[in-house]
Design a protein around this ligand. Structure first.
Ligand SMILES: *[C@@H]1O[C@H](CO)[C@@H](O)[C@H](O)[C@H]1NC(C)=O
Ligand SMILES: *[C@@H]1O[C@H](CO)[C@@H](O)[C@H](O)[C@H]1NC(C)=O
Length: 294
């Protein structure tokens, strides 16, 4: 209280900043007709409500997917998703960034469906130069099928952070100094899709997709890319103006962010490759053992 009343100016500044951020976000709030292409699924992907809503469906014959028109080299990308309701066991809905080629980079959110009332798993992974094996999985603290929630990938030169409704759930730091490759040269596109993965998705593949429940439909809205757009080999952030002005470009977890991350990891983490010593008999990956450094 004291802090607030004795610093009216900083509070005002904060309010003004919030307003400006709000205006900025609104100005950039996406329209799916302009921002993405539905790339597969033969009519199972649909853009609705004048471009404000997109749905992807899966049935026995096919899933569906879309991708962003732009490629990005760093960005903060938000998407609101409402996942397949009811019995979604065996289905996977994905929202991710990926570059091209055999030495690709990739940052993944995958949502593993479940029987009605049983919890979804949020599966995350980070690939650098074509190598992944960095899975971390989480339960959510809400029902992701009842309403839209915001899933964010922050990717800047120092950090990759996964957020759910603004809460950090995972951080992958730039540890190039310790010899861990970091995605920084290859532009990535945003992709999203739904498909059948009942060989592994739900309880490790024990629960199969119940096709009598098809079609399975996930919904998307408010795609927002605060990002450096890649075009003809040049990033829109390499011109002077933009990069340093964007708070996300240097964003990292402050101490309260670190606390939330710890809270999520303590209470909701299902799997962490960094704790899976059996899987890495020659020793855990370097990023798991390097002590925190900035
Ligand atoms: C599905 O529910 C079961 C039982 O609660 C749980 O063990 C599992 O982690 C849940 N999620 C997935 C994707 O299997
Ligand atoms: C970038 O900014 C610096 C310093 O503000 C200036 O000297 C330089 O000319 C600018 N470069 C471009 C390409 O605008």
């Amino acid at each position: 209280m004291d802090t607030v009343s004795s610093h009216p100016n900083s509070l005002e500044m904060l309010l003004i900043t919030c307003l400006m951020v709000e205006i900025f976000m609104v100005a950039y709030a996406g329209n799916f007709y302009q921002d993405v292409d539905i790339t597969w699924g033969d009519g199972r992907g649909k853009i609705l409500n004048n471009g404000q809503l997109l749905t992807l469906s899966l049935d026995k014959f096919s899933g569906s997917g879309f991708q962003s028109r732009n490629e990005y080299l760093y960005g903060k990308l938000d998407m609101q998703l409402k996942l397949v309701p009811g019995n979604s066991a065996g289905t996977v809905t994905a929202y991710y960034l990926k570059s091209q080629g055999s030495s690709w980079d990739e940052i993944d959110f995958e949502f593993l469906g479940n029987l009605s009332g049983d919890p979804y798993i949020v599966h995350t992974n980070v690939y650098t130069k074509g190598k992944g094996d960095r899975e971390q999985q989480f339960y959510l603290w809400f029902n992701p099928t009842a309403d839209f929630h915001t899933y964010t990938i922050l990717w800047n030169p120092g950090h990759i952070i996964f957020y759910v409704d603004g809460r950090p759930i995972r951080e992958f730091k730039n540890l190039e100094s310790a010899g861990v490759p970091y995605p920084k040269n290859q532009p990535m596109r945003m992709y999203s899709s739904i498909w059948n993965a009942d060989d592994w998705a739900t309880r490790g593949g024990l629960v199969k997709t119940d096709w009598s429940q098809a079609p399975f439909t996930a919904s998307f809205r408010n795609f927002n890319a605060n990002a450096c757009i890649w075009s003809n080999g040049v990033s829109s952030c390499s011109s002077n103006s933009s990069s340093s002005n964007n708070p996300w470009f240097s964003q990292e977890l402050d101490s309260s962010g670190q606390k939330v991350l710890k809270w999520v990891q303590k209470n909701y983490m299902v799997y962490n490759y960094c704790k899976d010593a059996k899987r890495f008999p020659q020793g855990l990956p370097v990023e798991c053992t390097v002590t925190n450094r900035k």
